[in-house]
Design a protein around this ligand. Structure first.
Ligand code: DX5
Ligand code: ZN
Length: 215
């Protein structure tokens, strides 16, 4: 299993220390949640903070933009040297254009859907993205409970990926722990995001290792 710990649950007073254990851990990506207080009812951090995190982080960045008009942040996400740029389906009108702009900027485009957005809405964009992020909570906050219907959506998405010959990875975000992670692994998830279960734990590197071992 690929694992992407979410910085949202980290100790922001000690980012240097957090990045130290993180860099030495088995984590595959660092998941960064950008919020604007408009698309979601919360504000997290923006570029001034992210650029310092990017400097401290030795692993590829997975930037999850919970903002309106995410295309405006392409230059900044490029400047971070990020790997994935995750944009919400619900925040866009011209999905194909924005995905193309992200790829042309040298980033790996990913599209995210909220719990109430059906998987079939991705049918005509799935061929163009490198990853689909299924939200398993309503975006905006860490520490929420996993929505069980996500498991059905993973199965539906795996089928859509096979039918369309897409190479997209399936990523899940929200309420991931060892129990929900095991079910997600069995349903066909490729990447698990975990905030409170990793950065909020006494042994964060141990919890990364436990999630990595799921299959
Ligand atoms: C929520 C964010 C998540 C969040 C997950 O809107 O997208 O990445 O950090 O937190 P947990 O794992 O605690 O549910
Ligand atoms: Zn996220």
């Amino acid at each position: 299993m690929l694992v992407a710990p979410s910085l949202l649950s980290a100790d922001f007073g000690n980012l240097e220390r957090e990045m130290q254990w993180f860099n030495e851990s088995q984590a595959d990506y660092l998941h960064l949640d950008v919020m604007d207080g408009v698309f979601v009812p919360n504000i997290s951090f923006g570029y001034p903070v992210l650029k310092h995190v990017a400097r401290l982080c030795k692993k590829p960045l997975d930037v999850h933009l919970m903002i309106e008009e995410p295309q405006k942040m392409i230059p900044q996400v490029v400047a971070l040297g990020a790997h994935f740029m995750n944009v919400h389906y619900e925040a866009l009108t011209h999905h194909h254009r924005v995905i193309q702009q992200i790829r042309e900027a040298g980033l790996h485009p990913a599209i995210t859907i909220c719990p109430s957005t059906p998987v079939m809405f991705l049918q005509d964009i799935i061929q163009y993205v490198d990853m689909v992020l299924l939200m398993s909570v309503n975006p905006g906050f860490g520490g929420q409970q996993f929505i069980p219907h996500t498991l059905d959506k993973v199965v539906q998405l795996r089928r859509l990926i096979q039918e369309t010959d897409s190479k997209a990875l399936i990523e899940i975000d929200g309420g991931v722990n060892l129990q929900t992670g095991q079910k997600l692994a069995e349903a066909g998830a490729d990447v698990l995001v975990a905030g409170s279960f990793v950065f909020g734990a006494d042994d964060p590197a141990g919890n990364v290792q436990a999630l990595k071992a799921l299959s």
